[in-house]
Design a protein around this ligand. Structure first.
Ligand code: MG
Ligand code: MG
Ligand code: MG
Length: 319
């Protein structure tokens, strides 16, 4: 098809608003809310997701009276607004530079390109939902109650009720705006119930499902690294299955051709992570993260954030 004709066609299609692969609560809630804000501003938009909601998000959708966005992995020629990621490895596989019209995110940039100027809001805050809340306020548009609930859940999930080192004053302000709109007087209790629901569901999952529920793939130099995170009120159920988990991790690492595969089992009340590592070069990983592995894992006090505390030092070591 001639390029101009293709562009003209794509202008008439609604913007698809999509979060990252293996979506979490922030990816889903921010997509639903950004699509709503776009529509309120007179632009045709539809939220989609690259996968089904995880157990925490399923709990949130039910509590907030929201529908999960349809799962769709092909973008056809639709214009695309990315939320909660700006990393090519986490975006839909068929995303072309001609389709990218906007990004709202709180992660590192990772290799995306666009053909035309685009709207971008990327800030180092605790959640994309924080930025979406600010965009509603700046546009002076109302946040519907179910979406306020979803956005509040996303702020609480990504910051683990403001305990993560990624938390900023903007996140606290966003939660103060959202809580009354959502009709949730005690956000911390809501955050705790989300974590309980997540932990309960994760405890019933297989080793492979534990790895894949919140799994992110990163290009680091010439290597690819996978980092997965399990967050729970107690990680005893993960520690109990150390050998099976490590075996499943090594099989996945080899199947995907990864340099390393890490699983962060984050004990939220203790504010630390049991970090499981399989790697073709574990010494480099140990040096980069300043850990000492014993039997395939290490307890790292204070480790909560994949994007802030794990990805940057690994990236620097593998560059
Ligand atoms: Mg996310
Ligand atoms: Mg997020
Ligand atoms: Mg997360």
């Amino acid at each position: 098809m001639p390029v101009l004709l293709a562009q003209a066609l794509s202008l008439t299609l609604p913007v698809l608003v999509v979060g990252h692969k293996n979506p979490d609560t922030d990816a889903i809630a921010s997509a639903l809310a950004m699509a709503d804000l776009e529509r309120q501003l007179g632009r045709a938009a539809q939220a989609i997701a690259q996968g089904p909601p995880n157990p925490e998000t399923a709990y949130v959708l039910q509590r907030c009276n929201l529908q999960a966005p349809p799962v769709r992995t092909s973008l056809a020629r639709h214009p695309v607004l990315l939320v909660d990621h700006s990393d090519a490895a986490l975006a839909p596989d068929d995303l072309e530079p001609s389709q990218l019209v906007g990004i709202v995110d709180h992660h590192k940039l990772g290799g995306l390109q666009s053909d035309a100027p685009l709207r971008v809001r990327i800030e180092p805050v605790g959640s994309t939902a924080t930025l979406v809340t600010e965009l509603y306020q700046q546009a002076a548009r109302p946040i519907p109650r179910p979406l306020a609930c979803g956005l509040l859940a996303a702020v609480l999930s990504d910051t683990r009720s403001f305990q993560s080192p990624t938390t900023t004053a903007q996140d606290r302000r966003a939660a103060e705006v959202l809580a009354p709109l959502a009709g949730i007087p005690d956000p911390r209790a809501f955050g705790a119930s989300m974590l309980q629901a997540y932990g309960r569901a994760m405890a019933g999952r297989s080793d492979l499902e534990l790895i894949n529920t919140d799994f992110k793939l990163f290009n680091m130099g010439a290597q690819r690294v996978g980092v997965s995170q399990i967050e729970a009120p107690s990680i005893a159920f993960v520690l109990e299955r150390r050998q099976g988990l490590l075996a499943a991790m090594e099989a996945e690492r080899q199947r995907l051709g990864l340099h390393s595969l890490l699983v962060m089992a984050t004990d939220v009340p203790r504010l630390g992570t049991e970090l499981f590592v399989v790697s073709k070069d574990p010494v480099t990983v140990e040096r980069a993260l300043r850990i000492h592995l014993r039997d395939g894992s290490a307890w790292v006090s204070g480790l909560i954030s994949r994007k802030r505390q794990v990805v940057p030092p690994l990236q620097a070591a593998l560059r």
